[in-house]
Design a protein around this ligand. Sequence first.
Ligand SMILES: [Zn+2]
Length: 465
Amino acid sequence: MKFIWDTIFVNGSKFVETVGSVKKWNKKKGFLFLLTKNLFVLLFVLKMTSALKFIIIHASELVCVTGNGERYLKGSQMDKLKIIKDGGMAVGEDGKIKDVGKSEYIIKKYEKEKKEIIDLKMKKAIIPGLVDSHTHSIFAGDRINEFEMKIKGATYMEIHKKGGGIGYTVECIRKEKEEILLKELIKYLNRMLKQGTILTEIKSGYGLNLLNEIKMLKIIEKANEIHNIEIIGYLKNIYFIDVFHEKGIFEFKETLQILQCGKKYGFYINFHGDELHYNSSAELASIINATAVSHLEFISNYGISLLSKYLIAAILLPTTAHFLRIHYPPARLLISNDVILALGSDFNPNSFCLSMPFVMNLSCVSMKLTFNEALAASTINSAYALRQSHLFGSLEIHKYASFIIIDHHDWRHIIYQLVDPPIHSVFQKGICVWTKFHPTLLPDHDDHLHRSQLFAEPPLPPSKL
Ligand SMILES: [Zn+2]
């Protein structure tokens, strides 16, 4: 017999998942124990899921993205987002969305519960928190000199052959102390949160030996405990195996071998493919049943049809083309062929950008995405690429109340206003984790407090909204 405590709210911030199992039990006593315990759990869960925490009303635009539990959007769906004018949401104590609809409906249904009301007065819009599905956020040493070499005309592979590129970052990360790496990572996560990212993938991979790979994963795990951004990719939360499938790095056969081995151990597959050359990466992805392939600047038409057929997400990283001055991935062709298109920042010392609003802007300007498509690719589809779209990526009942309040009545200003997007505040699982009125809310990397201690008091500033 098995019972599950699912997502129980502790200290107003951290969700704990506990799976308990009752294997041996005396029949009579065991039955009573089980009945009482399960009743307690049931009542507790019911209480937690039914309790209202606050309602947020009069959002000029409540951009839900999806409205029918879709796990991804493709083709023409990407340009038709669910947007409620004068929208509102009811958020539960469990950090999840209890209700979504017109403000009038939300007010009528929940006004008697006398909970906190956040009134946006039709001056601000809401979008889901952004999901960055591809980063290498933990690294040491910058590559500013290489950037200058590239500006002067050197290519990525020329720098790589001279011992620069990834080789240099590997050298730096092996030498660096864990506490310094953690301190740097927290600083980067703070900057990502300010730009609206609430869920991100972070890879190890610069260690390139067991000791250093584990060192990296442990640091990412520690960061996940400290920080409010949800991280995919730490030691107990590794879902994906990745390989840099590239000419002169890992060729087709080696890549296939490594990915097959990862698959044997239960990892999902998301690897770097068709980035600097065409390498049949999408074809490989279909053979190995990958969840996603990243980059795809040089994908073939046949590869596009395979990604579409097998619902393999294409994670496009326009910052790479921007920094390396190579051509952009064929985003429009991917969309017109019904490929699930996601976006990521590819934050790493080679393309130093951690801002998803900038990535959306770049994808509109340089890859010709529409605003709606860029947002779908940075929310629901990015969450799909990380296998998290049942919890994140859209504003729907039973999903996490992880959203951004935009300091403008038109949500598109988050893409339009470059460099300093008008983000008023960021909510993670029903808690305001950053607002421009409390910039000091972000965790200080010097005191390693658990995030529940940092955010025990939800710092909602309704008077200032
Ligand atoms: Zn990458």
